[in-house]
Each structure stands twice: as structure tokens, then as C-alpha cells.
Design a protein around this ligand. Sequence first.
Ligand code: 6PG
Length: 463
Amino acid sequence: MKAEIGVIGLGVMGKSLSRNLAQKGFSLALFNRHLEGQEEHIARDFKQDFPELENSQAFDDLQSFVASLAAPKKIIVMIAAGAAIDDLLSQITPLLSAEDIVVDGGNSHFEDTQKRIELLEKRGIHFIGAGISGGEYGALHGPSIMPSGNAVAYSQIEKYLKAIAAKDSHGEPCCTYIGSQGSGHFVKMIHNGIEYVEMQLLAECYFILKQQGLSNPAIADVFESWRKDLDSYLLEISVDILRKQEGDIFVLDTILDQAGNKGTGKWSSIAIANSGTPATLIPAALLTRYLSFFKSYRTQLSKDFPRTDFSDQMAINELKDAYEFARVINHHQGFSILAQASNQYQWNLNLSAIARIWTQGCIIKSQFMIGLIEILKEEEDLLSHPQIQKTIRERHAATQSVVATSIRAAYHIPCLAEAVQFFHGITTADSSANFIQAQRDYFGAHTYLKKDDPSGKKYHTDW
Ligand code: 6PG
């Protein structure tokens, strides 16, 4: 019996996804490479560990794995992004035929995905870049899936992806065809960028409350109370994190304050810079992770610049409003990048559909995201939507107060502060950019446009 679909790469995500597929009744071929002394009999041992894999076929020989698949062969690749994907493709393409389909379910860069699509299409093989969010739990119980590439090839693997995806509140799979080229991986990359900011905002709220003298369980109670109107997966796990103890010790208090990253936040920031979109929060969240890495330097400078005592109390209801305000700005910026990329690459992205598949299964799922499905149908520019405008208007003053108090107290709150700064910038009709233009013209004769001349004529002054 030939297998319906194959999975390559049995790391944490690959294993969970395979079990999910097997639980949905699909016949599987499983492959993991053989690396002497490091990765041996991975597929065979994995099959033995889980009863749902009883009818799966396990391989560590690529040729036999490919031969075990029914035509057209459908293979989901779950290995590390980067050179490992290209290595695998160079080994596997000679074994494949026209109309076979390879799906990359990792966090690949969207431009790499596009190159791979073009490379494989030359041989008639289809390559689908599918962003998958939800971590290990999501991969097993239902992730959010963002596939892109050849639409006809997608239609042939759609039933597998939809079967394993999380289901939204109407029971619809959190998987939709995103668009051509590497758009699925682009959308996943921006998902991660939004994720960086959502995480950073919670970290800043935690930090403020901690500086205000609240214990971890007290902060957990504050966050728990916010869940009533602002529930999200990240808020939910934050409550658990704050309450987790090993004996008398809070685990959180034992963790070194240096935040890691695997690159998607950096890619998002580069894409933002390349596109000219003023999406300021993702780079702020990324650079804050980088700043955290300078632990010994920070420690040294903290002694050189000791804080003066500061006793102003922060109103907790104001902090909640500031958190909500900043989240709205984060989502405004995230969806703006998607809209910009959709135009630039002619992907015709459906932002409302993207919000829908982000309501379950993924890391940034939230009550707010559910509301965005309808809002984005009416208005893709979130700050122009009346309901969003009302939320922002009602929380602006509280956000200013939280940011001002935090700055006076010398708290580092880059994303809360940048959210309100961005809002002030994007709502300022007459900005300071005329001054920049004057300076550019002064030292470099870069010329400037005049307010009262719409013709586009360039002016230069002999300063
Ligand atoms: C997801 C996550 C997932 C992963 C990122 C985290 O959507 O399931 O985003 O892709 O957790 O790799 O990225 P950093 O290691 O850069 O924080």
C-alpha cells in the first residue's frame, strides 16, 4: 500500500504534525535522516511509540521513503529553515516527478521560498511555502496554517492541511490559501513580528507592576482580571508563568533576563525597512531583545547611573488601557505591512481571512483578533475604522499618563512608549520633516518641495 502523504523531519514539530495527520486517518510515510551516533532510527522508534502511527511506514532512507508515496507524491518538510532545506531539495528533486508537491512547513524566509518555487517549477514539481503557527501543542492539536504558491497544487494538499488545522469559533479550519509566491511565509513572518510586540507589551506591563511593588501572584491576578475583555493566548500563558513555583521559588525569578530570538523578528524588521512602512513597534521589540543581551554592561551602567527614588503610583486601570491602546497600534501596524506587501507583490491578500485563521491555533490568537475579522472586511486601515478610533480615543489619555509616569520613573518601556509616539506622529498634520528637508538641502543640495507648489518642482536654497 502506498502512503497518501509523507513527512520529512521528525523533530518536535514534525512529530506532532505527523501524529495529528495520523489521528485524522491519513496513511503516512515518515522520514528522518540517519546521522551516525546522533540521529539513528528516529522514524522507526517514533512509529513504535504511538499507536496512531501503527499503519505508518518509517524510513531513514530517502529513496525508499519517496518510493513509498502514492503519485502525485505529497511531502511535508519540517526541518530547520535555511541551508538544510536547500540540501534536502537537492537530494530529493531527482527522486520526484512532475506534479509532485513539496510543502515547507518551517519558518523559511519568503524570498527563499519564492526562489525554491521557481527552481522546482522548472521540473514541474510544485513547492508550497506554508507558515505554521502554534508550537508543539498546536502542531499536535491544531495549528494555524498559512500556505502559498501554486493554487492548483495547493488544492491537492488542502484537505490534509485543513484536516489538521485548528478550528475557528464556527468550526472552520484555520487554514486558507494566502496567495502566490512566498506570501504564506511572509504572512507567518509578520505574525511572528506581531507576536514579538505582544510579548514585549506584556513584559513591560509585568515590569511596571513589579517596580510598583506587586508580587508575581498579584501581577497574575491583575492579568487574570484583564482576560475578561482582553483575552489572548499570550495573556493566558502570562498568568501561568507568573504563578509557576518550584517549591517556594517562582520560576520566573530564576530566569536570566536575556531574550533570545530565531530570526523572524529580524526578517520582519528588514522587510519593514525595505518597504518603507512606518511600522515602528516590531523593530522596537526586536531591538529590546538585543538590548537585553548586554547584561553585564547594563549591570555596570546601572551602578554608574543609579536611579533616584520614585514613588508615583501607577493606576492599574490606566495600565490596562495603555496595554490595549498599544495592542491596537501593533495590530494596525502589522496589518498595514501586509497591505503594503500585498500591493507591492500583487498577492491580493485577504486581511480579514488572515485575521480569521489567526483566531485559533496560533500564538497571537485573541479576542481582539476575532473582532478584526469583521472590522477588516469594512476597512483595511485599522486606524480609519470608527470602532478602532473609539477605542484609541478613549485610551489615549491613560496611555500618555502611563508612559509619562514610566519615563519619570526611568522604566524601560519601549513598545508602550513607541505606540503612543507613533500615534502622535501619524496624527500630526504638520510635522518636523520640513526641518530635515532644510538640513538636507543645506549640506547636500538635496532640494525640497514647497507646500504651496503641488507641481512636484524641486527647490534649492543657497543657505
Ligand atoms: C509560532 C511561533 C514559532 C516560534 C518562533 C519564536 O507561531 O508558533 O512564532 O514560530 O515560537 O520561532 O521565535 P523566536 O525564537 O524568534 O522568539
